[in-house]
Design a binder for this molecule. Sequence first.
Ligand SMILES: *Cc1c(COP(=O)(O)O)cnc(C)c1O
Length: 430
Amino acid sequence: MKCEKSQKLFERALEIIPGGVNSPVRACRSVGTEPIFIAHAEGCLVFDEDGNSFIDYIGSWGPMILGHRHPAVIEAISSVLKRGTSFGAPTDLEIKLAEMIIDAVPSIEMVRMVNSGTEATMSAIRLARGFTGRDTIVKFDGCYHGHADALLVEAGSGVATLSIPGSPGVPKSFVAHTLSLPYNDIDCIKKVMGEQGDKIACIIVEPVAGNMGLVAPVDGFLETLRELSEKNGSILIFDEVMTGFRVAHGGAQSLYGISPHVTCLGKIIGGGLPVGAYGGKREIMEHIAPQGPVYQAGTLSGNPLAMSAGIATLTQLMEPGFYETLDEKADHLATGLEKAAENAGIDVMGARIGSMLGLFFNEKSVLNFDDAKASDLEMFSAFYNGMLQKGVYLAPSQFEALFLSAAHNREHIDATIKAAEEVMDGLKHS
Ligand SMILES: *Cc1c(COP(=O)(O)O)cnc(C)c1O
């Protein structure tokens, strides 16, 4: 594979952009390679600066559920360009997208637009603290909620251990009110809420975890979070920035039948432009300024280009059978990848929820972050690089999911499975 142009660009980038990238995962360090620079994309394909093409399973890390440059999205953005790109004043587009979100996600009665998933979770936590008058928040190990200070906590494997900041630059005192507990551990959250429930402002969780690889909630986990938050007057926040409009039209909450008080969205609702949103029960959302005292604002929030891309995307998702067709294709891919591993005699734990797929190089099933970390990272790295050489663009980390789009057809998927068979076979014999 030719990659001279990407290499040259990366050298230039390294001089002036920290790590050469504007978001760390793009640097591909964990798989021992350098990033490829994308020139353009179409449907489920991305094309790099050296003229290589790849079947894309990153989909811009989740937003591109329709594939790249979907005609309806391009047309919507183009028509808004004629009106102007930003006014700092309300437009009809914001109402339209809010209505579409509320129609799709019944637990959301009011919604506020922001510019990223990070802003959505950060603001939702401020709201929960302002609403309850409490400081402490509960999160779960291996769940990523963006990079706000209070959420950058790696609590280690201990139960409700001392909160240790996961990054330099985050003062200890900023995370003193963050408890990070093991995902899927029902007894642990019961114990913690039993002891400190009256101090807990909110429990924030990825209802399907997609940032430690793909990990499904075990039976009863989400129900327990709902019950405990009700009982203790805490706010339950589902961070559906990744899963919203992805695992089902109504998100993970509709798939599992559990309603949170507040939901965070992002990624798909921006159709490939920068957007986030948080919404929930009216009595809670009414606490946000200017209606209430909890301050939150944004110069570009509700940006017309982003709103139009979101509206166009969500409109496509309402086509009858959209999710059924996508899920069938995802199932075909998941089954094919798992078979490829099995035939090669390689231990892989596969998972699929809607059009999100997970593939752990692990002999044991993965229920939490510790399990995920016990995966064979070298094997993943070899698999990743083998697939890239064969024209398949996967997320460059064992701890990320694969995303399928409506633009992937049977041929793309079969080509992917064939590549996986060859690569896995090679791994077995190396
Ligand atoms: C991507 C993601 C975020 C952060 O969103 P950004 O737009 O990158 O700030 C937050 N939570 C979850 C679950 C995510 O997947």
